[in-house]
Design a protein around this ligand. Structure first.
Ligand code: SF4
Length: 73
């Protein structure tokens, strides 16, 4: 499963990291959502590759995002 976050459009509502903390976290510098370090693709905070067992919570987070910037592929 691939996940991307359009970080610059994040409004830091917290829905993603509260719903799926295994995959999302709040960056401590800019307060925006990011992919947790373990699952980052090429070290990119906005892009990740995660195991399918996280698919449900990732999709739930994407559905809850008020600005629809999380993409699960
Ligand atoms: S749910 Fe969306 S807007 Fe809210 S913190 Fe996560 S990425 Fe940002």
């Amino acid at each position: 499963m691939n996940v991307t976050i359009d970080r610059m459009a994040c409004v830091s509502c917290g829905a993603c990291w509260n719903t799926c903390p295994e995959l999302f976290d709040q960056n401590h510098c800019d307060s925006l959502s990011e992919v947790v370090e373990e699952y980052r693709f090429n070290g990119d905070r906005a892009e990740g590759v995660a195991p399918d067992c996280l698919c449900c919570c990732a999709q739930e987070a994407a559905d809850l995002c008020p600005v629809h910037i999380i993409r699960i592929i």
